[in-house]
Design a protein around this ligand. Structure first.
Ligand code: PLP
Length: 404
């Protein structure tokens, strides 16, 4: 008789955003006059840049002609895109990553979720708390996390690294040494960043202990300050201990188009085996590549016009971030993030829990955000707002919050 993968049953309750969706739908049904503003879900709202649209059109034309038609893409992605990535995203900042070390995919979520497959089932994982849920959930499905402890709201065999106001929302080395360390900077949900020195500390720690860092840099394009690393490969020795994930989703509004990539340096080996080769094998077996037209669209963001257009989009969102952060502070709230990331992490007032504040804001300002506790126990007492709304909605939401 067929059996299910029982690890799936360990995944805690309903997904954060479905609970939010349900609450908002119920509130809207009961209050049809309410104009609800959503600053909760982290999806972009600006249309694709003209350079991207032009590249899509021209690639579509190519697909309609026998002599320029393309079928399956090369396993690791088209050379033109991998070269543009290596030159711009890495060469420009002095990191020597070659096109052969880059795997193009349809987004960072799949890569972050699938990468655990190439590691031993007994690997001990460490994650930040609060955290983007994909890292833990994909390891739960693989049977790597032990049982869920509902009282502690955590999996028994996962090492959680608290990210709190006291440590500037940056994790500290855990007592027990992990095998796999998930780091994400600029961070979702806290909007915090890590300094180059602190990241170098993690690279040294991983190299010393034989651990691998899985570095999610999906929000790299939002970095505005000096001394904030754009890539983990800016650190000495990262090529022997780190895998990096990047996404075109928030960089260029590709959440609907789908494009991302993963870097695995040739020098990264475990037990004498190159992780690059394992991931290449996995890619070749389970994945047939991002569409040609989307890879051409991705290439377009590296052209001078493309660059300047997506820089303008990011500046638009970051102006929203500034309005939210400063608006909250003026209204007496404690808020951080929003300088190198599109997320603002605010403390709930008067000791309200994250969900109590969610209800309070929905009912009194008709504004939707994301309860911090949905990202982990140390998110309790916090609330995440995102800069991805329209300017008009952001301004209106802040006006309402100020008048609460
Ligand atoms: N990594 C982090 C930290 C994210 O917040 C997100 C999207 O919300 C992703 C990865 C997913 O990126 P993609 O759209 O490329 O799958």
């Amino acid at each position: 008789m067929a059996k299910i993968n029982r690890n799936y049953l360990k995944l805690p309750g309903s997904y954060l955003f479905s609970t939010i969706g349900k609450k908002v739908r119920e509130y809207a049904a009961a209050h049809p006059e309410a104009e609800i503003i959503r600053l909760g879900i982290g999806d972009v709202t600006q249309p694709l840049a003209p350079a991207v649209i032009a590249a899509l059109h021209s690639a579509v034309e190519e697909m309609g002609q026998a002599d320029t038609f393309r079928g399956y893409a090369p396993d690791l992605g088209y050379e033109f895109l991998r070269k543009a990535i290596a030159d711009y995203d890495y060469g420009r900042i002095g990191c020597s990553i070659s096109p052969e070390e880059i795997f193009v995919s349809d987004g960072a979520k799949c890569d972050c979720g699938n990468i655990q497959e190439i590691f031993d089932t007994d690997s001990r994982i460490a994650v930040c708390d609060p955290v983007y849920p994909v890292y833990v959930d994909s390891n739960v499905m693989a049977g790597r996390t032990g049982e869920y402890d509902a009282d502690l709201q955590r999996f028994r065999d996962v090492i959680y690294m608290p990210c709190t106001e006291e440590n500037g929302f940056a994790p500290e080395f855990p007592e027990e040494v992990p095998d796999l360390i998930y780091l994400c900077f600029p961070n979702n949900p806290t909007g915090a960043v890590i300094t180059r020195e602190a990241l170098q500390g993690w690279v040294d720690y991983a190299n010393k202990n034989g651990a691998v860092i899985l570095y999610d840099a999906a929000y790299e394009a939002y970095i505005s300050e000096e001394n904030v690393p754009h890539s983990i490969y800016e650190c000495d020795g990262a090529e022997t201990c780190a895998i990096e994930f990047r996404s075109f989703s928030k960089t260029a509004g590709f959440t609907g188009l789908r494009l991302g990539y993963t870097v695995i340096p040739m020098a990264l080996t475990l037990e004498g085996v190159r992780l690059h080769d394992l991931w290449a094998r996995r890619h070749g077996t389970k994945y047939n590549g991002a569409p040609y037209i989307v890879q051409r669209a991705g290439e377009a963001i590296y052209s001078p016009e493309g660059r300047s257009q997506i820089t303008g989009q990011i500046a638009y969102y970051m102006e929203n971030a500034k309005l939210i952060r400063e608006g909250l502070r003026e209204a007496g709230y404690t808020a951080s993030g929003g300088v190198n990331a599109p997320y603002i992490w605010m403390k709930t007032p008067d000791g309200l829990s994250s969900w109590e504040f969610f209800d309070f804001l929905l009912e009194n300002a008709n504004v939707v955000g994301t309860p911090g506790v949905g990202f982990g126990p140390h998110g309790e007492g916090y609330f995440r707002l995102t800069a991805f709304g329209s300017r008009e909605n952001t301004l209106r939401a802040m006006e309402r919050i100020r008048h609460l």
